[in-house]
Every structure is written in structure tokens, then in C-alpha cells.
Design a protein around this ligand. Structure first.
Ligand code: PLP
Length: 375
């Protein structure tokens, strides 16, 4: 029988094998699905580490102002935002690249730095894109597991880093586990970095960490390592839906090559205006973070009482071993209208990550956990 031209064309497609083989990113359940599965309207979204307080009213005001012109192409260089960031961080704007979320910067770094069979070091469990984006570039990813006490394995990391991978991706504070590298630990890892390695420190949760802890930008500045520090407006500043994050690079040439790997109009006009407004109202962000940190301690104490000991967290989430496949507990919580993230990485299927929500959402989580643990 003759094949249709469509079938022939389909059969002759050859995909980029690295892309075709990528594992899916676990982006979490959407609210409509959660509503239909739980039969509840009031869904508590505790799966994506969003800010339960929303965002600064200055952001909403800026988006309603005449300076927001949706019909214009946004500034491809993000000059005003980079200049505001440069002032805040005391670095030259030509070392900053702004992305459509810091996610996009992880992709751009991978495109800029990696070729097939290059090696990359990260941890497991990890933020999915620290593995997925290098795999998309054909790299081989070495994953150093966390220790039995839910901390970084410093010896293991030191050894893996010293093998001179092209890129190291680490988040500190660490998503999904929670702890942060203190200054001596960060210095110890930096000492292991060889000249051919780019050290990427993803500080998506920087604002939630102990104020006495290190500022990765300062520690890296004191080192002679080639680095990128990633930060985002998605978490503490509450702009997850607008997509804006940035890469602070150790030098302008590195920033130029990373910028070359992104799309030209990657950061939309609303995102640029909103991020500038958010930077102008740090007081809102600090008050929100203070409340979330207080709630984090309260939820952690309750988990402890229930025998679900969470890893020490310097973030806006908690990560714990629920003693059984975490998908079961996640399903039980969903019946109460609560979305959480059951971890699916191999070897970590008993772990659950919950975002700290509003006090009322956290109460709901606590009640639901109490009844499902007793069940
Ligand atoms: C949330 C998160 C990001 C992504 O942030 P966006 O700026 O929203 O893309 C990056 N890294 C880590 C570790 C995160 O948890």
C-alpha cells in the first residue's frame, strides 16, 4: 500500500537526539486540574515556591501606568533594569544578563558553554533544569547525592568539581532540600574549582536565607573563579508569572557570550517595568520574607511533632521524608485542596516538598497532615 506523503515526511524526520530524549520538567499541577480532582474551589498552591503574599503594590501601579506600552517592543538590552540592578549590587551593568526567568539563563549558560559529551556537575535531588538544560546541549551530568542528614556532601562535591567539568550548577539555598552553603563551605568548594570550569551559583532563594549567611556575589568576587550568580524576581519579590531573573557574571566577556545564547526580546515590557518597581520597594519584599520565615519555623516545628522531620531550610519551602511513596501523601493532601510537590527523582520518591503559604494555608496543611499521618 502506498504511504501518504505526510507519513513519509514524518518518518523521515530526524530530531536532535538530545532534545528528543529529554526527561520532562515537573512543572506541577495546575489549579483547574486540582479543582476538578479535589472538588474544592479554594486550592492552596504549595508546590511552586511562589510568594503567598502576592507582590508589591508598586508593581501593580507601575503596570497600570502610561509607561507600560504593550504595543512597543521592549528594550532588548533591558538597560534600565540592568542599571538599577548594577546600582543595587555595585557591579557594572555589562556584567548582568537579564532573562525570561532565571530559568532562561540556565538554558543560555548551557548553550553558551556546553558541547556534546562535555561534563557538568550538580547535585541530586536537584532543581530539574540544572540537569535538563545541560542534557539538552548533549552534556553528561554527574550528580552528587545529598548526605543522610539532608545536607550537601562536601567531600563528594569537592572531588567532582576538581575533575574539571565545564560547568557546575549548584543552588544555595538548595532547591529542593533547603540548606545553604555557609561561607567556609562555599570557599572550600571554590578552592576545588579548576580554571576550565564555570561555577554557577543559583541563589533563587537568597532573600529567604539567614542574613548572617554569605552573599554569594561577595564571596565569588573575592575568588579567582569564573562564575555566574543567578537571582530571580519570581520568589521573594512575587513576580513568578512575569518571568524575570538575571545572571551576574564574573566578567563582561562571559556576559556577552551568555547574552548571545538568549533570544533578542526575551524579557517582555511588563516584566521589565515590574522588576524595576519591585526593586524600588524592597521594604515590601523584606516584610513578606520576614513573615514567611516565621511561618516556616512554625510549620517545621509541627512537622517535627508529627515525626516528619524536615531538612533545615533557608528557603520558602520544607523538604521531608514522609516514610512512604510521597505521591500517596500528595494525593491525600490534594483531596483537601492542597497541591504539594511529591519528589520524583530516582531514590528520592519518599520525599515531599511543601511551599510555605499564608498562615491560613499553612494551618490547612497542618490539619491535613495531622489527619493523614494518623490514618
Ligand atoms: C524557582 C527557581 C528558579 C527559576 O526561577 P525563574 O526566575 O522563575 O525562572 C531557578 N532556580 C531555582 C533553584 C529555583 O528554585
Amino acid at each position: 500500500m502506498e504511504q501518504s506523503i505526510e507519513t513519509v515526511l514524518k518518518a523521515s524526520l530526524s530530531f536532535n537526539p538530545y532534545i528528543a530524549a529529554l526527561p520532562p520538567y515537573n512543572a506541577g499541577m495546575n489549579v483547574a486540574v486540582a479543582r476538578s480532582l479535589s472538588g474544592r474551589d479554594d486550592i492552596a498552591r504549595l508546590a511552586s515556591n511562589e510568594n503567598p503574599d502576592g507582590c508589591s503594590p508598586a508593581v501593580i501601579a507601575a503596570l497600570a501606568s502610561p509607561s507600560f506600552e504593550p504595543w512597543r517592543y521592549a528594550d532588548a538590552a533591558c538597560a534600565a533594569l540592568r542599571s538599577a540592578l548594577g546600582e543595587k549590587l555595585r557591579v557594572a551593568p555589562d556584567r548582568i544578563v537579564v532573562g525570561n526567568g532565571s530559568e532562561e539563563m540556565i538554558a543560555a549558560i548551557s548553550r553558551a558553554m556546553l558541547v556534546p559529551n562535555a561534563s557538568v556537575v550538580t547535585v541530586v535531588p536537584s532543581f530539574g533544569l540544572h540537569e535538563i538544560e545541560p542534557l539538552a546541549a548533549g552534556a553528561m551530568v554527574v550528580k552528587v547525592p545529598m548526605t543522610a542528614v539532608l545536607d550537601f556532601d562536601f567531600t563528594g562535591l569537592e572531588r567532582a568539581i576538581a575533575a574539571e567539568p565545564r560547568v557546575v550548577f549548584l543552588s544555595s539555598p538548595w532547591n529542593p532540600v533547603g540548606p545553604a552553603l555557609d561561607r567556609p563551605a562555599l570557599k572550600r568548594l571554590l578552592n576545588a574549582v579548576r580554571p576550565g570550569t564555570l561555577f554557577v551559583l543559583d541563589e533563587a532563594y537568597f532573600e529567604f536565607a539567614d542574613p548572617e549567611g554569605p552573599d554569594g556575589i561577595e564571596v565569588l568576587r573575592e575568588s579567582d573563579v569564573a562564575y555566574v550568580v543567578l537571582r530571580t524576581f519570581s520568589k521573594a519579590y512575587g513576580l513568578a508569572g512575569l518571568r524575570v531573573g538575571y545572571a551576574l557574571c564574573s566578567n563582561a566577556e562571559l556576559a556577552r557570550v551568555i547574552a548571545a545564547a538568549k533570544t533578542p526580546f526575551n524579557v517582555n515590557a511588563a516584566a521589565q517595568i515590574a522588576a524595576i518597581a519591585a526593586l524600588g520597594d524592597e521594604a515590601w519584599m523584606k516584610a513578606s520574607v520576614a513573615g514567611i520565615r516565621t511561618e516556616r519555623a512554625r510549620v517545621a516545628a509541627t512537622l517535627d511533632r508529627l515525626g516528619l522531620r524536615a531538612a533545615p531550610s533557608q528557603t520558602n519551602f520544607l523538604f521531608f521524608d514522609c516514610g512512604r511513596d510521597s505521591a500517596e501523601l500528595a494525593a491525600a493532601l490534594l483531596r483537601d485542596g492542597i497541591i504539594v510537590k511529591a519528589w520524583r527523582e530516582k531514590g528520592y520518591e519518599r520525599y515531599l516538598r511543601v511551599t510555605i503559604g499564608t498562615p491560613a494555608e499553612n494551618d490547612r496543611l497542618i490539619h491535613a497532615l495531622e489527619s493523614s499521618v494518623q490514618r
